[in-house]
Ligand binder design. Sequence first.
Ligand SMILES: [Ca+2]
Ligand SMILES: [Ca+2]
Ligand SMILES: [Ca+2]
Length: 358
Amino acid sequence: MKTRERGLSLIELLVALTIGTVLIAGAVYVFSQTRNTHAVSDTIARLQENGRYVFSVLEPDIQLAGYYGFSNSPTDFQYIRGGSTSSGRATADMQADDAAVDGIDETHKCGNNYAVNLLATVEGTNNGYTLGPSCPALAGGAADKADTLTIRRSSGPPDPANDPGVPKAGRLQLLVNRLSPTNQYVLADGTLPGGTVLKAGLVQMRDLIVRTYYISKDSTNPDAAGLPALRVKSLTDGPGFTDEEVMRGVEDLQVQFGIDTGDYDGDGTIDPGLDEDNDNIPDIARGIATRYVNPDKLPAGFQVVAVRVWVLLRAENPELGYVDKRTYKYADREYAVDDHFRRVLMSRTIQLRNSRTL
Ligand SMILES: [Ca+2]
Ligand SMILES: [Ca+2]
Ligand SMILES: [Ca+2]
């Protein structure tokens, strides 16, 4: 028997094709949407991860600001040369507006007495990079409106039980003394006062750490040309400063300093009994930040007890179909953008462990 072969009619074929096309288009759409969503969340996750890394660098540094070995009192120290304790310079006389301390290489000066100003455990510049002219911002110059943050402290002990450290000529160091706080010195020439015996755990050499964080306009990473970056200048031998990139893609750094005004009840005036000498500075500070100020508005006599930090992170590449038209408001900044980059703003308040009672 001959059976009649039957194929698809033209109508059936068209219907099948149409259904197929719709299904495939749907699948492609769902796939591309998923992929976009995945790419966006990937970008944001990476920005957040970079931000967490930035804080993992900043946080321990800020926490230890004002830590000077066995003491958190910079006034215990004197700067000496040639081991001569009779001609020492008190820390109160080596601040930014005092005569420059002798015996320090001036070629990398970020400002007068910048490397030795132990009293300023935390300082900064507001909405601009205004460090000394021989201390330029690297890699394309500094971002126009970013703050800078400087911290000063001692290095940690290499091995406190066994290693008292070694004096190094040409490195700013602290000679720290557990038993005799007033016999503590800042030296740049590695020459100890006569009769000094270094002893692990008691009398030690520590490196002075001075770091300034700032935003440069252009990453030094060849893969990220034109992308802003967080950089840090660090005191080194000389005494000069090295300059390294901490993280690319950081577009802004803002800081505010928390001070203890002694106004714990929040009525705008120092609380009763806390200011016997009437200078509007609490006689005994509790280390509670009751007011936050911009880095250029730190009132004299107050010490910083906390630092609030904001970092604005920007993606490396613009994103097709995405427009960022926000005005970011944080610290004292209002930053209006209109471009195609993803951004993440992160903030953290970091307490200083070494804020001392006044
Ligand atoms: Ca600012
Ligand atoms: Ca009050
Ligand atoms: Ca007072």
